[in-house]
Design a binder for this molecule. Structure first.
Ligand SMILES: [Zn+2]
Ligand SMILES: [Zn+2]
Length: 344
């Protein structure tokens, strides 16, 4: 079975590995048809993904087809096409017991902490599979990254006509934009990169974009946001940058009584001035991964055509050496990488 292994940073190899054994109870053997590539994969490739060990088989955004299911698993059978929920949770810890499997104490993310789907066949728990009879394999591979944005938006509980600011117009920010506008919000987008803002404006429902010059005067940005919100400031701010300076500055942006949602993760300390946050009775929410309910909801939104996926795939390569050559190219900012999809 052809498998692509990330042996160490910047070294991918195409190898032959034995196919998995027949699935055990509660498991399914699936054939991988599509693999989406995101920032997590690129970070792992560059050697700067935290808590990542090598060698590792990448691949957590998967469009698969069921080959065999152990016993008579309910709702899933051979031939079914599925999106994969790559968050392998323990089922017994306090998070799992309260239904928050996305932040399980012993969480293993497929393709990050455990070997993922960059191979022809993989055995998965049946509960990780979310079936759709109508979505394309490309769409199934897009479900997971869309769920990350959908979950963050669900955390925030957007009200219709609410003014929302999304900081960071990379793939995660774009997915937040998509679901925030679907929830009826007026969406403002801020980024340091003009190309990204252009892309967001062209392909998503965005009320205004704000170019935030890196290291530029924050007062200028504040004034601009204020002007775009009739002096109110946005009641909800998402930070999807994972950038310390952006996340620190984001505390100043929500209106009094507002919420701040950290979707992007920074590996270190982010501090805030308590009186400034306290005075406005700010709520800070962190959003991690997604829940099974997000997968079901995103799939039904894709099936009904309410969420369009045509703009998402910026690059496409066949499985094999194309992948090995693709990674260094996708890292180049000139490539305007949004999402690569690998075809099996
Ligand atoms: Zn991803
Ligand atoms: Zn758990």
């Amino acid at each position: 079975m052809r498998t692509i292994v990330l042996d160490q940073p910047r070294q991918l190899s195409v190898v032959d590995r034995p196919a998995p054994q027949a699935p055990g109870p509660g498991e399914a053997l699936v054939r991988v048809h599509r693999i989406g590539i995101c920032g997590t994969d690129l970070h792992a490739y560059q050697g700067n993904q935290p808590l990542f060990t090598y060698p590792r088989v990448l691949g957590h955004e998967l469009g698969v087809e069921v080959v065999e299911v152990a016993g008579g698993a309910e709702g899933i059978g051979a031939g079914d096409r599925c999106a994969v929920e790559p968050y392998l949770s323990c089922g017994t810890c306090i998070a799992c017991r309260s239904g928050k499997t996305n932040c399980c104490v012993r969480l293993q993310v497929l393709g990050v902490h455990a070997d993922g789907g960059m191979r022809e066949l993989i055995t998965l728990p049946v509960r990780a599979l979310h079936r759709s009879d109508t979505l394309s394999l490309d769409q199934l591979a897009l479900v997971e990254p869309l769920c990350v944005g959908a979950h963050a938006v669900a955390r925030a509980g957007i009200e219709a006509d609410e003014c929302v600011l999304v900081i960071g117009a990379g793939p995660i920010g774009l997915s937040v934009i998509q679901f925030a506008s679907l929830a009826g919000a007026k969406v403002l987008v801020m980024d340091v990169n003009r190309d990204r803002l252009e892309f967001a404006r062209e392909h998503f429902r965005v009320a205004a974009v704000i170019e935030n010059s890196e290291g530029g005067p924050p007062t200028e940005t504040m004034t601009r946001v204020q002007a775009l919100t009739d002096g109110d400031m946005p009641s909800l701010v998402f930070d999807a940058t994972g950038n310390q300076r952006s996340m620190t500055g984001a505390f100043d942006l929500p209106a009094p009584g507002g919420r701040l949602v950290f979707v992007g993760l920074f590996q270190g300390d982010v501090t805030f001035h308590d009186p400034a946050a306290h005075r406005r009775e700010l709520t800070l929410l962190c959003s991690r991964n997604a829940l099974p309910a997000d997968f079901r909801r995103v799939i039904s939104l894709l099936e009904s055509g309410r969420v369009d996926t045509s703009q998402w795939i910026s690059h496409r390569v066949p499985f094999g050496d194309g992948v090995v050559g693709g990674f260094p190219r996708w890292l180049d900012p000139q490539s305007r990488f949004i999402k690569a999809v690998i075809d099996m």
